[in-house]
Design a protein around this ligand. Structure first.
Ligand code: PLP
Length: 433
């Protein structure tokens, strides 16, 4: 038996418009699922962070992975930001959007020789190096092109970021960075590197961090190590403090760290550092500036639950299935309606394709438009075509106007590149190397 919820009339807020654009009309014109980002909100966040860091010598390198759409990157470029990249693809996107190479830093544990080469060719600012093997690879590739690569050691400070395990990166058990003991050895031997200038430190302890304390702890460990290195005769010209600032996904529940408090923690820990500070925020700049618009396909009365089946799914927005992440969900149409609870699900054939369980929402009907909040970061950039669902469209909103910034993928585009297995070829073992 499906539950018989007695109708309540709680006032659930709605979101008829975003950045001055009527969302109902927008969805009617462009279809759903549809990502919509507010340029105004992104610019506001850029300005807020820059104001909080006022007076410090900083470069904010936006973490491209959070939302790598060209139009989003162009907003970062226009705001004077650099980029934190983790692949050749992100390098290409950042450069194409007008982010100067000298404001680009390259992080990630699996940089390939060809990616290192491309980054050197482009003239990026520096590599955030995650292992000794990678350090040697950078030396080798830089030597081959007779270049000098600037590098920072990514320190794993063994700090608990108090966030979801899958986005925690600064514990000793995580794959990221190296211990201070190992970094000490790298610096002791740095003069053996003829093509790498090892003169920076980097730390990034995780994402969606909601407490300033883990930042403080990591920053103090980095600061102590920087002082030790300088005393030992190793100049440090930059300290990259990573990203990780959390955002409000759940109204009335999440209490993000204020940008000013975060900046204050940086100031306190690194007050006497006279080099350049790099920051790599991703989520904080874009998450709350995005919604995923989706329509109700149907209501399914299960034996134990009432399911609200949407036309968006885990392939469009993975965070709930990947991290059990909460996203507020608002109806677009205003007005008082009885509320009920639904399990909000997508059409993908996985039980994990669930946006919310037992979520209080106004009673919905097929065709109703909903806005999934906080979808500007790690939404479109993590999407896939799983279940052969074409990639959703993306649109930028700006003070009453909109521009399509990625058109909806067609079925033909989705399968382009696939072929029947007709053109069989042989490969001999010696060719495989
Ligand atoms: C090295 C590095 N820097 C910055 C970021 C951005 O983190 P956030 O989006 O939480 O600010 C990440 C995220 O994974 C990262 O791995």
């Amino acid at each position: 038996m499906a539950p018989t919820n007695s109708p309540r009339h709680d006032t659930i807020p709605s979101q008829p418009s975003f950045d001055g654009v009527d969302l109902d009309a927008l969805a009617a014109r462009l279809g759903t699922p549809l990502y919509a980002y507010s340029a105004t909100a992104i610019r506001r966040r850029i300005g807020e962070l820059q104001a909080a860091l006022h007076g410090l010598d900083t470069t904010i390198c936006y973490a491209v992975k959070a939302n790598s759409n060209r139009a989003v990157l162009e907003l970062m470029a226009a705001g004077g930001l650099g980029a934190d990249i983790v692949s050749a693809g992100e390098l290409q996107r950042a450069l194409a959007a007008g982010i100067p190479a000298e404001r680009i830093v390259f992080s990630g544990v699996g940089k390939t020789d060809s990616e290192i080469d491309m980054a050197l060719e482009a003239g990026i600012d520096r590599f955030n190096v995650e292992s000794l093997d990678e350090l040697h690879a950078i030396e080798r590739v830089a030597q081959a092109r007779q270049a000098i690569a600037c590098a920072a050691v990514r320190i794993n400070p063994d700090v608990d970021a108090l966030t979801h395990a899958k986005i925690s990166t600064g514990r000793a058990e995580n794959k990221f960075g190296v211990s201070i003991a190992e970094a000490r050895r790298w610096f002791a031997e740095r003069r053996q590197l003829a093509h790498v200038r090892l003169d920076g430190l980097h730390v990034h302890i995780g994402s969606q961090i909601m407490d300033v304390e883990p930042f403080r702890l990591a920053l103090h460990r980095i600061a102590a190590f920087w002082r030790e290195l300088v005393k030992a005769g190793h100049p440090i010209v930059s300290i990259d403090v990573g990203g990780g600032l959390g955002v409000r996904y759940r109204t009335g529940h999440d209490q993000p760290v204020a940008a000013a408090d975060y900046a204050q923690a940086i100031r306190e820990a690194l007050a006497d550092f006279d080099g350049r500070l790099l920051l790599e925020p991703g989520r904080w700049l874009v998450a709350e500036a995005g919604v995923l618009l989706t329509r109700v396909l149907r209501i399914k009365e299960g034996t134990e639950r009432r399911f609200l089946v949407l036309d968006a799914a885990m392939n469009d927005l993975q965070r709930p299935s990947l991290y059990d992440a909460w996203h507020d969900i608002l109806p677009v149409a205003p007005g008082l309606r009885p509320t009920t609870t639904y399990d909000v699900v997508g059409p993908v054939c996985e039980t994990g394709d669930t946006f919310a369980r037992e979520r209080a929402l106004p009673e919905c009907a097929p065709g109703d438009l909903l806005a999934i909040q906080g979808a500007g970061a790690y939404g479109a950039s993590m999407s896939s075509t799983y279940n052969s669902r074409p990639l959703a469209a993306e649109v930028m909103l700006d003070a009453g106007r909109y521009a399509v910034i990625r058109r909806r993928q067609t079925l033909e585009e989705m399968v382009a590149g696939e072929k029947s297995a007709r053109d069989w070829q042989a490969v001999r073992p010696q060719e495989q190397a």
